[in-house]
Ligand binder design. Structure first.
Ligand SMILES: NC(=O)c1ccc[n+]([C@@H]2O[C@H](COP(=O)([O-])OP(=O)(O)OC[C@H]3O[C@@H](n4cnc5c(N)ncnc54)[C@H](O)[C@@H]3O)[C@@H](O)[C@H]2O)c1
Ligand SMILES: [Zn+2]
Ligand SMILES: [Zn+2]
Length: 389
């Protein structure tokens, strides 16, 4: 089959690779109909999350069940499903509590309690390096999906792939960010990052009762997208008066909730890059720091942007002084996928309005390049193997 294979930093090509096979009784093989590129894939592409051998990338995908293992009861051949991006058994200590990203079974080689830089990680993820289980991903014609009784969700006819494919990751991720922020009626929510995840968090904030949603991003075309599809207020992150503007919109206090939908690859000045090198940090924690500034005292900072290293000079003092609450982590897709699906099915939210590029799988390499460099006003790329057939 054809698949987007990561070789080394900045080098992804669509190659012929071996077809996936059923390896465990609870596996299914999915024929991929739609897959997407995520900001999280860029962390591998850019070398912020290391991967030393070739791997098929892609954790956002959906398709048709082609083959089922003997222990699979939840889906059958021919079903159309979306698949949560974290791989989870559904039965362990963490899965039982809804923390599927910390599944104790899906990442046997590198799982552990400590959360170190290169070991003791959480559960597995599709196409997300050996540290997270070494599973091949879904930017491919076919993909093996383990624990098929726990993850895949059947999608009824009448909804297009484009309408539902973001249930695999970014909509439940935006939803998790908002739930972790305990957003309630009347809240002002400031969301750093207006990429795909930030845009989904904006939608989720409105659906959970926010009164004001403020988008922050350095890229004007992404702020324009946010204004157009989500009717939010928007401020450029490079604006010197950013914090004053946020406070002037919130009675001088700051936002009730601040969401980090950027992560460690935030824009950096030359001097910030020098500091990164001196401190041996991966990227920067500046957006979390901006969140702690923008949020009000006793407010909540909710972090779905990904971080991969320790950071020096982190403003613990401010977190203490303001009495902040913070929550971080991989999204609880397994927990929220049904609720998120219902929002789409009932028409309360539209997700496909963020798609700017629909390309054949064979153009994955060009698509990565465009998404990374933010050219052609790219916001979200979906790839379709069928456009090659
Ligand atoms: N926690 C999870 O489960 C989960 C799931 C999906 C994605 N993510 C992470 O979410 C983050 C965003 O993903 P994405 O697909 O939207 O990626 P993206 O790269 O398209 O979006 C990031 C956006 O942040 C903006 N940005 C850069 N510096 C900024 C700053 N200082 N202030 C405000 N905005 C700034 C960029 O211009 C860009 O628009 C990534 O770190 C990704 O890994 C996490
Ligand atoms: Zn993703
Ligand atoms: Zn588990």
């Amino acid at each position: 089959m054809k698949a987007a294979v990561f070789h080394k930093i900045g080098d992804i090509s669509v190659d012929n690779v071996e077809d996936p096979r059923i390896l465990h009784p609870e596996d299914i093989i999915l024929k991929v109909t739609t897959t997407a590129i995520c900001g999280s894939d860029l962390h591998i592409y850019d070398g912020f999350i290391p991967q030393l051998r070739d791997e098929v990338l892609g954790h956002e995908f959906m398709g048709i069940v082609e083959e089922v293992g003997p222990a699979v009861t939840k889906v059958k051949k021919g079903d159309r499903v979306v698949v949560p991006f974290t791989i989870a058994c559904g039965n362990c200590f963490f899965c039982q509590q809804g923390y599927h990203p910390n599944c104790e079974h899906s990442n046997p080689e590198h799982y552990g309690p400590e959360g170190n830089l290169l070991d003791n990680k959480g559960g597995g993820m599709f196409g997300y390096t050996d540290l997270y289980g070494g599973y091949n991903g879904g930017q491919a014609e076919y993909v093996r999906v383990p624990y098929a009784n726990a993850g895949p969700k059947i999608i009824p006819d009448g909804l297009t792939d484009e309408q539902v494919v973001f249930l695999t990751d970014i909509f439940p991720t935006g939803w998790s960010a908002v739930k972790w922020g305990k957003v309630k009626h009347g809240d002002t929510v400031v969301i750093f990052g207006s990429g795909p995840v930030g845009l989904m968090a904006q939608k989720a904030a409105w659906l959970n009762g926010a009164e004001r949603v403020i988008a922050v991003d350095p890229l004007e075309y992404r702020l324009d997208k946010a204004r157009a599809v989500n009717k939010v207020e928007a401020i450029n992150s490079e604006d010197e008066d950013l914090m004053e503007k946020i406070r002037s919109m919130t009675a001088g206090r700051g936002a009730d909730v601040a969401i980090d939908a950027v992560g460690m690859e935030a824009n950096r000045t030359f001097m910030e890059k020098v500091k990164t090198v001196i401190n041996a940090e991966k990227g920067t924690s500046k957006v979390i720091e901006m969140c702690t500034e923008a949020v009000r005292r006793n407010g909540i900072v909710s972090v779905v942007g990904v971080y991969g290293s320790p950071y020096d000079n982190f403003p613990i003092h401010r977190i203490f002084d303001k009495g902040l609450i913070m929550q971080f982590g991989q999204a609880q897709t397994h927990v929220y996928i049904d609720q998120c699906f219902e929002m789409v099915r009932s028409g309360r939210v539209v997700l496909d309005d963020i798609i700017t590029h629909k390309l054949p799988l064979s153009m994955a390499s060009e698509a990565y390049d465009m998404f990374k460099h933010k050219t052609d006003d790219c916001v979200k790329v979906i790839l379709k193997p069928e456009l090659d057939r």
